[in-house]
Design a protein around this ligand. Structure first.
Ligand SMILES: [Zn+2]
Length: 225
């Protein structure tokens, strides 16, 4: 999370400046693909009527290759002083990871984005890299729940980790589904002919969302105590 002072606009005119926390700036540079080092150059936020969605714009730069990128900001549902980057240069939201996911699995977003880039370039094996990203995400999540069993979790097959360590039923179902499809990507013959890489991506995204739902629910439960 970074702090930045943005120009605040109302109905097309600048009315003030305000300091916000900006989430999800750890993204991949659209030019050189370096992960996690984007800097905030400029941002503006539009206040609007209560019925409209509140959006802002942000300009990010990559210190590695000096490329500037445009992002879209959205006010966090949990905190008015927090803005989330939800899109960079028109890329889909899934490429930008929530910081809570980065905390659980620091390597997952980079591997996931690597798979996206392979897929974009037409590599057939992108599915195998999606499968690898899923393994990192699930195992790191399991380790976050049982840190003392880290060694065993890392060396166990993914399916066994899901069975033994994922107690949240909805998460177990998503993760199992994604694992089956992911395994298909590594096999000579597919078992799930009707499912493809799009389904695998959807299941990985569902897995991310279920993990985040749990993280945020626990966070709020603690806060309300
Ligand atoms: Zn770059």
């Amino acid at each position: 999370m970074k702090r930045a002072t943005l120009d605040v606009f109302h109905q097309g005119e600048q009315v003030s400046t305000q300091t916000f926390s900006i989430q999800n700036t750890k993204a991949t540079c659209t030019q050189c693909k370096t992960f996690g080092s984007l800097e905030i150059v400029y941002g503006r936020f539009n206040t609007s009527s209560a019925l409209e969605e509140e959006f802002g714009k942000i300009v990010l730069s990559c210190p590695e290759c000096d490329t500037w990128m445009n992002g879209i900001l959205h006010q966090s549902w949990s905190n008015q002083e927090t803005l989330e980057v939800i899109e960079i240069n028109g890329s889909e939201k899934e490429a930008i990871m929530d910081e809570e996911i980065l905390k659980i699995s620091p390597e997952f977003p980079e591997i996931f984005n690597e798979a996206r880039e392979m897929e974009r370039q037409g590599f057939k094996n992108a599915g195998i890299v999606y499968r690898k990203s899923l393994e990192y995400l699930i195992k790191d999540y399991a380790i976050s729940k049982a840190p003392s069993e880290s060694g065993k979790i890392k060396s166990s097959p993914l399916a066994a980790v899901i069975k033994q360590h994922i107690s949240l039923e909805l998460l177990r179902e998503c993760a199992e589904g994604a694992t089956w499809l992911g395994n298909d990507e590594t096999h000579y013959q597919r078992k799930h002919e009707s499912m493809d890489i799009e389904d695998l991506k959807k299941l990985i995204n569902l897995t991310i969302h279920v993990i985040l739902a749990e993280v945020y629910a626990v966070m709020y439960k603690d806060r309300m105590r």
